[in-house]
Design a protein around this ligand. Structure first.
Ligand code: SF4
Ligand code: SF4
Length: 140
């Protein structure tokens, strides 16, 4: 029986140079019925393509679509693996709270600590230079 639970995931796609000009994302929409929202796109110095996308659709379509991506040689990582807060360095100063466009940082009203919700992050990079102790890292 078909699994129709809807899911949405933010992932980082690493395209090898040989695939950088192929209509891979179109196939995701056409053949796997997945919606994608591109949050960031760039080419690395090694000519590797990098896309930060939000993929949405039925769970089964998501599984089939990401299997297709892996099969053609695209490396997929959850965005939360690539945007990291170094908890040892963070001083909970709050400088990032007002700067983060999607509001991924929230001050806990009880503890006054700054909580980081990586599921909201869109990898814009604003927090990296704005963080006084350089606690925020983007690994791509
Ligand atoms: S700006 Fe840096 S140190 Fe300050 S709360 Fe945010 S992550 Fe922590
Ligand atoms: S990279 Fe951008 S969206 Fe992600 S936590 Fe930092 S400021 Fe917020």
């Amino acid at each position: 029986m078909r699994e129709d639970i809807a899911i949405s995931r933010r992932v980082v796609l690493h395209f090898p140079p040989s695939l950088a000009d192929k209509p891979i994302m179109c196939r995701l929409a056409k053949d796997f019925d997945l919606e994608f929202n591109i949050l960031k796109a760039s080419i690395t110095p090694k000519e590797e393509g990098l896309l930060v996308v939000e993929l949405s659709g039925a769970a089964e379509d998501y599984e089939n679509g990401t299997r297709y991506l892996s099969g053609v040689g695209i490396v997929i990582q959850p965005l939360s693996q690539d945007v990291i807060r170094n908890e040892t360095r963070c001083t909970h100063c709050g400088a990032c709270v007002v700067l983060c466009p999607p509001g991924a940082f929230v001050i806990d009203p009880v503890t006054r600590r700054v909580e980081f919700d990586d599921s909201k992050c869109i990898a814009c990079g604003v927090c990296v230079p704005a963080c006084p102790p350089r606690a925020m890292e983007i690994c791509f």
